[in-house]
Ligand binder design. Sequence first.
Ligand code: ADP
Ligand code: MG
Length: 631
Amino acid sequence: MSSIGMAQSETARASKFSAFFDQRTRVSVFSAVSLFLLVCGVLALIAGLGFASERLLKIAAINIIAGVGLGLFCGSTGILSLGHVVFFGIGAYVSAWFTIPSTIKPILLPQLPAPLLNVEWPLVAAIVPATCAAAIVGVLTGFVMQRLRETSAVIASFGFLVIAYLLFIGLKPLTNGKQSLYALPTEQVTWPLVLGLLALALMIAFAVKSSRIGRAAESFRENEPAARSIGIRSERPIFGVWVVSAAIMGAAGALFAHSVGVVSPSSFYLDKTFALIVLVIVGGYRSLTGAVVGAIFVSFAEEIFKKTEEFLNGYSGTELAFGFIMPNVFGLTALSFSLLILLVLYYRPEGVAGYKEIAAHQWFQRLFPNVFAEKTAHSNKPNYHVDETAVLTTTNLQKSYGAFCAMDKINLEVKAGQIVGLIGPNGAGKSTFINVITGNLFATGGSIQLNGNDVTLASASELAKIGLGRTFQNIRTFGAMSALENVIAAVNVSRPDMSRVEAEQLALNWLAFLGLENKYQEQADGLAYGDQRRLEIARALALEPQFLILDEPAAGMNDQETKDLTDLLQQIVQRIGCGILLVEHDLPMVMALCDQIYVVNKGEQIASGTPQEVQADPHVIEAYIGEEMDD
Ligand code: ADP
Ligand code: MG
């Protein structure tokens, strides 16, 4: 392949920064700092122009912290949570238990446990239990959230909101029910505290987003089967991000309660939820940049809408013209926000700030050329080797859907160092076979052995970890992530102890091996078909599998690309010694490459043998090859 000669030496353009920090760390640090400065700048500007009171500015900053908390979860998992306000409320109540003056507390909450009745902590200290309480409820609810997807996750989060609201009202001894808690020490919400917590929230959110957990959650968000195929299980990443975002919301809730001075259940229900949704949708819910931009916007837009409403109501009842009497205006804020959501979703579904973090943009990186210097591959040589005794076998493998048998009694064997072909007409059951042996579907009969161990019941992510790498017939990349990030996701699984810089370098080397080095920064779903297929192979190889299972890898490739792929597969086997199971429609390619070929038709294995044997088999000629060989 042409890329083989393209490997560049260690004398790269890479600067000091790119040697010490991987791309994602650099983007995260620079984004966090820029967003913090952006918020400070906007607050200072508005304060300077005298548009808003100090209290309002503080509330705006607190909303931004909440936006960061919510944005972390929604962005990483792709799940729009309607329940995050609950954590905000928990932070508010729990902090209030600690800060309300001990002279007033016995009147408001006489049944509060005795130790709490007597304490009177400063807000700075009360934020700690508030955050912990939100995190603990996050842990409890996280066990449910981690098992849910898409719509069911959204609905569950809404159920959580309703239950919590009823509890806020019902747990009167702790919350004073529908009546408010008051007398919170508002003067303790100082700028250093608010901005300090904002900085901390941004740091934590970006750290989590760029961590292994954050990246795994993102892979999962992009493509669940593909994430499982590289050994990522959904549960832990979603759980982790949920808990951290809950904690951030809790801290924001404590600050919020103290900046308004009262806590009541209605502050943590539909209105606030709606405001948060507007914030993430308008800003863009895939990125923390979107959440911050959205929060800045929403905080001030809300105030502008309210002022406009008051202004218009100043004229209510007066005759404007032709006997038209100005009615009382109400709901302008909600109406305007709703219209705004519709407009944004229509014109820019990814939100105003888009998917990328601020420092991931080209224009930003041009401002700091030394920090964001390009990376180059150090070597394109694969650096792992498969034991030559490795073997993958199926015995009478069967998969049926009700009465329909998609494949039956398939006995196939792939050894390390072999390329084995699986061919057959469309609908013969080839993809079904691949999905069963890689754990995407469960067999309804027969068994699968990997190196003598029965793995028939192993899940896709388990099989990925113990040696099966695969690609999909319908391309499944992590579309919104860069080519490099796609491969890093797999390296993180195969080499959990590697540092980020090393993992990034290894991923880049894999891309170079597949001839994609120069496209490492490109978004996966923007790549040409052939490149996407190669990216899938790079990702599967980065898992360092014993067996590579390819479902029609040449589909969508031109002749030259197919020829390159043929060479590449040979190289992979020679250098790494893994076994390859190849499902392919391009028969010349299969005949040229494979040591052994299995032929299936209508779910049944009709022949197997060397390419010569298979080509001569009358069953095969009848069922399949004859017709295609002719044209
Ligand atoms: P191939 O990859 O060889 O073209 P497939 O393995 O995709 O074939 O499909 C084999 C057969 O199984 C086809 O007839 C297909 O319609 C059927 N099939 C695939 N998935 C399902 C499913 N979920 N339910 C019922 N039938 C299915
Ligand atoms: Mg198929």
